[in-house]
Design a protein around this ligand. Structure first.
Ligand SMILES: [Zn+2]
Length: 152
């Protein structure tokens, strides 16, 4: 998954998600990428912005340019949300999805029955509680629907 910062001719900034660098280039070149704000197809790439920069002006600008949402949400909140999405995306890229077997896998890793690695999955509050009592720490993570659908 390749995430690029894009800009249309009206200077609206937004993110484009592509399967690869080549995919991004060909989609932009064939006018398949559209600005979510004005529908413009004359889209160009911006240099990659630093990730997780909560106070940076770049984040705030991007927040204001988002279609629809910007009118209701303050730019700072938008920026926070964008940063959170990126953090979640990063966690998802670096962890193995074990689904319903989360508690089981966490326990196996804890007792050296499985290789130590980053995992994610679902667990009930009871399971999380039981893991905590065994000294196994877990971090709750809310994954926005948008990421669930596009994640590979
Ligand atoms: Zn635009």
């Amino acid at each position: 998954m390749k995430v690029l910062d894009l800009r249309c001719a009206q200077d609206h900034r937004f993110e484009g998600w592509f399967s690869s660098e080549d995919d991004a280039q060909s989609q932009i070149a064939s006018d398949l990428v559209q600005c979510p704000v004005c529908g413009d197809h004359a889209v160009s790439r911006l240099p990659s912005a630093p990730r997780l920069n909560l106070s940076g002006a770049t984040q705030v600008q991007r927040g204001q340019a988002k279609a629809g949402q910007a009118a209701q949400a303050p730019a700072a909140l938008e920026a926070l949300q964008a940063a959170y999405m990126k953090a979640v995306r990063q966690v998802m890229a670096q962890t193995e999805d074990v689904g319903d077997r989360f508690a089981e896998e966490a326990r196996r890793m804890h007792y050296d029955e499985a290789p130590e690695r980053g995992i994610r999955g679902s667990a009930s509050p009871e399971e999380v509680q039981a893991l905590a009592e065994e000294g196994i720490e877990t971090i709750p993570l809310v994954v926005p629907d948008a990421l669930k659908q596009t994640a590979h």
